[in-house]
Design a protein around this ligand. Structure first.
Ligand code: URA
Length: 208
């Protein structure tokens, strides 16, 4: 059964309120996405393996630790970009694989229009980044792509999730843990999350 982790961190709750507010302008919105993403990244990577590394301090030789896993960040375009930037600052050694998906109006199925996965992705863990888990279609498709490419360990990180999206993702990929800032009430008739925050891409990039 999938682990669905909703952050209890007060900083996340504090910042989600400003993230939702309709009067929050793109510069502040991007800062909030980054700040919340950094906390979620720490929570989602708390079990990464470590290996010993020799360190010489100004006073003595000692042993430190370094992360022993290769981490891939997979932002779903375009709304996942702000999350990836924040996480890359925290772990600059991570690789970033951009995935572009849109929903075909006729079939309602996700279509991949951009895929920057390496031919042989040699990563130990991939984090799929999409701020809004609405129907779950894009997240499920992104994880399908990663698993087909041979990534054994995939984690989903999102800011706001609808129960419908969580259920779809857990049903399709029960082995994938979810790290979320908040679980919302429901989807509206056109697939937006309520109360949500509107369109996460538009709000980050000032488009509408
Ligand atoms: N994508 C968004 O940006 N917002 C939603 O509410 C749902 C999907």
């Amino acid at each position: 059964m999938a682990v669905v982790h909703v952050s209890a961190h007060p900083l996340v709750r504090h910042k989600v309120a400003r993230l939702r507010a309709a009067d929050t302008k793109p510069p502040e919105f991007r800062d909030l996405v980054a700040a919340i993403s950094r906390v979620l990244f720490l929570e989602a990577t708390a079990d990464l393996p470590l290996r010993p590394v020799p360190v010489r301090t100004p006073l003595a030789d000692t042993t430190g630790e370094e992360i022993a896993a290769r981490v891939g960040l997979v932002p779903v375009l375009r709304a996942g970009l702000g999350m990836a930037d924040a996480m890359l600052q925290a772990l600059p050694e991570a690789s970033v694989w951009h995935l572009g998906l849109y929903r075909d109006h006729a079939t309602l199925k996700p279509v991949t229009y951009y895929n920057k996965l390496p031919a042989q992705p040699d990563m130990d863990v991939a984090l799929v980044l999409d701020p809004m888990l609405a129907t779950g279609g894009s997240a499920v498709a992104a994880i399908d792509i990663l698993k087909k490419a041979g990534i054994a360990r995939v984690v989903f990180v999102g800011l706001i999730a609808a129960p419908e999206g969580i259920a779809a993702l857990v049903a399709a990929h029960p082995d994938v843990p979810l790290y979320l800032a908040v679980r919302d009430e429901k989807l509206n008739d056109i697939g937006y999350i309520l109360p949500g925050l509107g369109d996460a891409g538009d709000r980050q990039f000032g488009t509408r």
